[in-house]
Design a protein around this ligand. Structure first.
Ligand SMILES: *Cc1c(COP(=O)(O)O)cnc(C)c1O
Length: 232
């Protein structure tokens, strides 16, 4: 199936899920995850109206971003960094992305703030939470008090805008397990917002669990293979 058709199907799915829950459809942003896919695929998605794109591998992403900058398009893509972050990568991320979903320490947030060019608006960030306490996954412990302290510390940074939380739940075929993880994220966000943090973003849900994520309050879904096909 073509990328345009896939996108249309996913947008329809998002619309009907929102409708079922009486949520407004513009509260859920679709981030098309284009990692390991060529710029031709991204162009095709853009022609079908897709604006937000997620990338995991910095070098690959920088080449794609440079390519689209050279095109001088009337609307440029909005780039989301969703890969793991080492300290030595923060400068390039701060210079070239609008969003970072995978911040997991004050140190990384501080570097992003310091390295964000002042002529750009603050970079939007989400804190990655290791919601299932999975030893193999990165992300912050799902302790509400620790997260609150970190959010309050990050709020003082001038060039980052803290938007919310992100997670990748553990791999399982049991949809109730996944639903429980997403529900915990929704509860965490609600708790943080009782402390005046005004967080508006829950980045969760991928090709296989987008529906469960939206049912549990996701405001950004990161969908790759369901749009672009399987990755090799
Ligand atoms: C690859 C990836 C996605 C997209 O996964 P699909 O299963 O292809 O939809 C979403 N989020 C993150 C963090 C990823 O690494």
């Amino acid at each position: 199936m073509s990328i345009a058709v896939n996108l249309k199907n996913i947008r329809n799915q998002i619309a009907s899920l929102c409708q079922q829950q009486k949520r407004s459809i513009n509260k859920v942003t679709l981030v098309a995850v284009s990692k390991r896919k060529p710029v031709a695929d991204i162009s095709e998605a853009m022609k079908a109206g897709q604006v937000d794109f997620g990338e995991n591998y910095l070098q690959e992403a920088l080449e794609k971003i440079a390519y689209f900058n050279r095109q001088n398009l009337p609307t440029s893509p909005i780039w989301h960094y969703i890969g793991s972050i080492q300290s030595n990568k923060t400068r390039k991320i701060a210079e070239h992305f609008a969003w970072v979903h995978t911040v997991d320490s004050f140190k990384i947030a501080k570097r992003l703030s310091e390295q964000r060019p002042t002529e750009l608006p603050p970079i939007n960030i989400c804190l990655q939470v290791n919601i299932d306490d999975d030893a193999n996954k990165s992300g912050l412990a799902a302790s509400r008090d620790e997260l609150l302290a970190l959010c309050q510390q990050i709020q003082s940074l001038p060039q980052v805008k803290l938007r919310g939380l992100m997670c990748i739940p553990m791999l399982t075929d049991d949809k109730t397990v996944t639903a429980t993880s997403f529900a915990k994220m929704q509860t965490l966000l609600a708790f943080l917002n009782t402390h005046d943090l005004a967080l508006d973003t829950l980045s969760m849900g991928m090709s296989d669990d987008m529906d469960i994520a939206i049912a549990n309050g996701a405001t950004m879904v990161r969908v790759g293979s369901a749009i672009f096909g399987a990755r090799d």
